[in-house]
Unconditional design. Structure first.
Lengths: 338, 800
């Protein structure tokens, strides 16, 4: 009996080692260890043995059973590992195929630039306000020290709805509406669409502006320079040179134009900057006392500064776009690039 | 305003190179917009001497000249008749480009080649019409550049003069600015007017009928002038400032205009009826032919200069043809006057006639300069045209203008600028500006403003002057000292931002369209006459009629964007716009400005990829977007129901209502409308009113705790009549009285075999869950079979 058992073990171990997949291994397991398996058969026969032999053979049989179970388990591990390896090997994919990109849209480049600029000023403590796009002549011109028949009106070609209603030519009109309704201090920016009858590569009949206004006791021209320097440096980069030069706007005095070192040629002189090395990006100045008078602010006590900039121009410089009309044609191929 | 570098040098003593001068002018507020080297117009045009002249053997009208240009000798063909050997002439060599634009090339005429061109004054753009070649001075060095010989080597600086600085519309004005930068004085030319003729009073008279429009009018009479071309020095200066020489009289008036900024007008004295001047408003419909040959019809707001019977000039704008100085003119009446800026501006605008003269008068000329200008011109008439000046002048100036005085406080100046300038420094700057000052007390100046600086009327104006001279870039850069306070962002900006984010995440691209549309766009949308979208604002002066009205809806713009992209073979797109539309109010009020959001979906979902098929968008794509927006804004009490919209496909149009108020619509664009917009592919649209959406939105997200017990799913597949709506079925399912039905999801719709015709099969997945326990099959079975029972009874649903 013992011999037969030993032989069975030997054959079984050979069989296990020969099994090359899970299925074959399972068959072997049933053949030897199953309810009707060879080893089970031995166990059943133990009863027939002598009292003396019974425990010895029983123990041996159980040992062999455990041994075979372990062997099968080991083999199973090996087979699993091997088959996993094989599967992984056969599951090759072409990872250079394009990914399945989720389809998302994009905001308009003007919106992106507008948001970027707005965020800078909000971080500096400015509130964001809006005003009507179709505006009374009073708010767009007269209250801003631009009476009817003033030659400075030629600086802005105006769309008229009636003699007294215009499409606002700048967001400066919002200044007046804010100051009429709010006591100082005032610290606002007013982004929005403005309109001028003019159309070519650098002029659009509709474009965006951001106007800024800060009024309080003790606001100086130096403060205007400080705020705009922070803006220019955060929008165009810390190393961007800027300069202030005298200009004229009816609603500011002193008035200043802000130039930045040309971002295209780094100040060396190119077509974009008319070979001056400088680009005009902002109009600004100290609020004219006439404007304070129009909103009943005390111009002896208060001072303030205002500034305004065209968003398309800034976007064109930032993205090196050479034709303003691209912004409003809404060519999908254009919009996808930003 | 174009200024001459050389002329400026005569007026101020400075050593700046043209580039540096331009930079200095820019930094003081006279932005130099361009720098032009005159000689560049005469490149490769040199002095030549004629060595020999032969006639062309095969062309009768041509001669062959051998010309010495210094470094070589050229053969040049010419048709000129006035040439003789030894003469010096301008030669345009091969590759030269004449100021008239003509390019010189080597040519061959009947076997003889020509190495250039001998030029007339007309070829060099120095005369309107020339007879024959321009013969140069005998001393002109051979081979020298013609620009140098003719002194056409000046440099022109084009500066931009702000509307408040009419004083800088003259050489003297710009010179004053340079002098103030460099702390120098302007050099004024000295001259004296010699009067040899009869007393002016016996020669003419001036009556100002409308002194409100003409505060000052002066006249001089100069007799026996010889009309000819001006001397070179005048011509050169006029050319350098962009004016074309005409004849000595006109050139002198232009010269003084450019020098002093005072517009002058010379009348032919003998053509003035009764030799006298009347300044008056025009009679209604009175006519005048201006010297540009145009007939102008005036109204009684225009100020004119007349003689005893007819208008002879539109005051301050342009002279009349009838009294124009011409080659027969002997005697001249010279006008130097001051006209009211607003009157000139109105007339010039109405006539659409903008001139050097009107440009200065409407900005405000210097009323005290009229005499100086008149004398200067009279002096030149005598010197250059040999005229005899009548004794005295007429100066009609009933109410002399008083000079203005302004107080300037150093403390205030430093407060505004953020500087610490000392009294002495301020005084120095004021002196440089030619302002007469009186110290009232410490740190307080009384400043007398000269008549040419009418822009200086307030303390702040003087502060700007000091700042300009001190240099903006020298003012210390600081940051405002201000108290902290909570700053608000416009709530509509926030809602726009949120809508934008949602739509971008849905794959939409944002577009921005002009706010103007074509009125026919509204017809294209087939809108009824009474439709609110037809209550538009019309522009009085649109750029084009296609952009004649303000939009009342964003839809036409978006449809045009589809058309635009279709032209580039892009048919598939999802685009949206956020913006205002304008609805007219009755009366003269401002219109309503309403914020809207609108989106269109056109074509197919995406290009065919290796992992996906091309699939057309349909109605439910747009509906899904609308539903998502409403969900994200937490809109309660919303209703979405079918409606008829003129531009939408019947039965594929819905309106969105909140509390019975319409806030938007969506659906498929009807084929008729698509055709009018030239769009071929199916297109879906939504448009919503943002403000209404915002007002109905809720911050309350309705948070519920996460479920603790598991859910069980049961499916129902039923066959019903094809026309029964999904909404109806869901309503029936929800009627079941229970609180364990959590979600109903339709996951399949099927028509066709084996489903009988006229029927459809619908499959729903129902989710059951209780808050407080794990549901048993029995519990669910009761509810589920109740649902099935109801569906059977109410809509005769058959279970599949």
């Amino acid at each position: 009996m013992r011999k037969r058992l030993e032989k069975l073990k030997k054959i079984a171990v050979q069989d296990i080692k020969a099994a090359c997949d899970e299925k074959a291994l399972n068959k072997i397991k049933i053949r030897y260890l199953g309810r009707k398996g060879s080893l089970t058969h031995f166990l059943k026969e133990i009863g027939k043995l002598s009292q003396k032999e019974r425990p010895i053979i029983g123990k041996l049989t159980n040992e062999i059973k455990r041994y075979l179970e372990e062997e099968i388990e080991r083999r199973s591990e090996i087979i699993k590992e091997k088959s996993l390896k094989e599967r992984l090997k056969s599951d090759w994919i072409d990872t250079t195929l394009g990914g399945k990109k989720p389809l998302i849209g994009k905001s308009h480049p003007i919106t992106q630039v507008l948001e970027e600029i707005t965020n800078i000023f909000v971080a500096l403590g400015f509130s964001v306000v809006e005003g009507p796009e179709i505006e009374l002549d009073y708010y767009n011109f007269e209250a801003l020290n631009l009476p009817k028949d003033h030659p400075a009106r030629d600086m802005q070609d105006t769309f008229y709805v009636t003699d007294d209603i215009v499409l606002r030519t700048h967001t400066s009109s919002v200044q007046i509406r804010v100051m009429e309704n709010q006591k100082p201090p005032v610290q606002i920016i007013a982004p929005g669409k403005v309109y001028r009858c003019d159309a070519d590569v650098t002029h659009s009949p509709m474009f965006y502006q951001i106007e800024g206004l800060m009024v309080d006791k003790g606001i100086t021209f130096g403060d205007l320079k400080g705020i705009l320097e922070i803006f220019v440096h955060s929008f165009f980069g810390q190393d961007t040179p800027l300069r202030f030069r005298p200009s004229f706007f009816p609603y500011t005095e002193p008035s200043a134009e802000v130039d930045i070192g040309c971002v295209i040629c780094q100040g060396k002189g190119c077509r974009v900057c008319s070979y001056t090395g400088w680009l005009e990006v902002l109009g600004s100045g100290m609020v004219d006392p006439e404007v304070f008078l129009a909103v009943s602010y005390d111009s002896e006590e208060l001072t303030g500064f205002a500034f305004g900039m065209g968003i398309e121009r800034l976007a064109m410089l930032k993205y090196k776009i050479d034709d303003i009309r691209l912004f409003f044609e809404n060519d999908i191929r254009f919009l996808k690039q930003f | 305003m174009k200024v001459s570098y050389r002329w400026l040098k005569e007026l101020v003593d400075f050593g700046l190179e043209p580039d540096d001068l331009a930079e200095n002018l820019t930094m003081i507020g006279l932005e130099a917009e361009g720098l032009y080297y005159q000689k560049e117009m005469y490149n490769k045009i040199v002095v030549g001497q004629i060595l020999s002249i032969k006639s062309h053997p095969k062309a009768d009208n041509l001669i062959i000249c051998k010309v010495d240009i210094g470094k070589e000798r050229l053969n040049i063909l010419s048709a000129a008749k006035n040439l003789s050997v030894g003469e010096k002439i301008p030669v345009a060599t091969v590759q030269a480009k004449l100021p008239t634009g003509k390019k010189i090339e080597k040519v061959d005429i009947k076997g003889i080649s020509s190495d250039g061109m001998i030029c007339s004054a007309m070829d060099l753009d120095l005369e309107e019409i020339s007879e024959g070649i321009m013969v140069l001075d005998k001393k002109a060095p051979i081979g020298e550049e013609i620009a140098k010989v003719l002194k056409l080597d000046d440099i022109t600086i084009d500066i931009s003069v702000a509307p408040n600085r009419p004083d800088c519309l003259s050489m003297i004005g710009v010179a004053r600015e340079i002098a103030s930068i460099l702390d120098k004085k302007v050099k004024l030319t000295e001259y004296s007017v010699v009067e040899e003729e009869k007393d002016i009073k016996s020669l003419t008279s001036v009556v100002i009928e409308d002194t409100d429009l003409c505060p000052r009018y002066t006249a001089r009479v100069v007799k026996d002038v010889n009309i000819s071309s001006s001397p070179q020095w005048i011509q050169q200066k006029l050319r350098a400032v962009g004016l074309r020489p005409i004849n000595n009289i006109v050139d002198i008036t232009n010269y003084v205009l450019m020098e002093l900024g005072q517009p002058l007008h010379a009348f032919d004295y003998d053509l003035l009826k009764e030799n006298r001047i009347v300044v008056r408003r025009a009679r209604d419909k009175e006519e005048i032919t201006t010297l540009d040959g145009m007939q102008r019809i005036l109204d009684n707001e225009a100020l004119i200069i007349a003689d005893s019977e007819k208008p002879v000039a539109i005051a301050g704008v342009m002279g009349g043809l009838n009294t124009l100085v011409n080659e027969k003119t002997k005697n001249i009446l010279l006008e130097s006057a001051y006209f009211h800026p607003i009157s000139i501006r109105r007339t010039s605008k109405r006539l659409k006639l903008h001139t050097e003269s009107s440009h200065r008068f409407e900005r405000g000329a210097d009323i005290e300069c009229v005499i100086k200008a008149s004398d200067r011109a009279a002096y030149l008439f005598r010197e250059i045209a040999g005229g005899k000046i009548g004794r005295g002048r007429i100066d009609n100036y009933p109410n002399p203008m008083r000079s203005c005085e302004v107080i300037l406080k150093t403390k205030r100046l430093n407060q505004v600028l953020g500087t610490g300038l000392k009294e002495k420094t301020v005084e120095n700057y004021l002196n440089r500006l030619d302002l007469k000052i009186k110290k009232v007390k410490k740190d307080v100046f009384k400043v007398k403003i000269p008549s040419f600086r009418k822009d200086l009327t307030r303390e702040i104006d003087l502060i700007e002057e000091i700042a300009r001279l001190y240099g903006y870039n020298n003012i210390p850069t600081t940051l405002p000292q201000t108290k902290l306070s909570l700053k608000k962002i416009d709530k509509f900006q926030l809602i726009e931002k949120k809508v934008r984010e949602i739509l971008i995440n849905c794959g939409f691209f944002e577009v921005i369209n002009y706010s103007f549309i074509n009125e026919t766009d509204l017809d294209h949308l087939k809108l009824e006459k009474e439709d609110v979208l037809r209550r538009f604002i019309r522009l009085k002066n649109p750029l084009t009629t296609e952009a004649g009205i303000m939009r009342t809806t964003l839809i036409p713009g978006l449809l045009r964007n589809i058309t635009f992209n279709n032209n580039y073979s892009i048919y598939d797109m999802k685009i949206f716009e956020l913006g205002k539309v304008f609805i007219a109010n009755d009366g003269g009020e401002l219109p309503q400005e309403r914020r809207k959001v609108s989106g269109v979906i056109s074509g197919s979902r995406e290009e065919k990829f290796w992992y996906s098929k091309k699939e057309n968008y349909d109605f439910f794509d747009i509906k899904g977007v609308v539903e998502l927006l409403l969900e994200e804004f937490n809109i309660k009490d919303k209703q979405i129901s079918p409606i008829d919209v003129e531009y939408l496909y019947p039965s594929r149009a819905m309106e969105i209502k909140i509390k019975e108020e319409r806030i938007g619509i969506f659906g498929q664009i009807s084929p008729g409308v698509l055709e009018l917009f030239d769009i071929l592919q199916d297109t879906y649209v939504f448009e919503m009113e943002l403000e209404k959406l915002f007002l109905s939105s809720s911050e309350d997200k309705g948070f519920k705790s996460l479920p603790k017990y598991p859910a069980l799913l049961r499916d129902i597949a039923i066959i019903v009549d094809a026309h029964i709506s999904s909404e109806e079925i869901i309503k029936i399912i929800k009627e079941t009285d229970n609180d364990i039905l959590e979600e109903i999801r339709l996951f399949d719709i099927y028509k066709g075999k084996p489903i009988p015709p006229g029927k459809k099969s619908l499959a729903y997945s129902l989710t059951y869950r209780a808050k407080d326990r794990t549901l048993t099959d029995e519990e669910i079975e009761i509810v589920h079979s109740d649902i099935i029972e109801r569906l059977r009874n109410k809509i005769k649903a058959q279970l599949r």
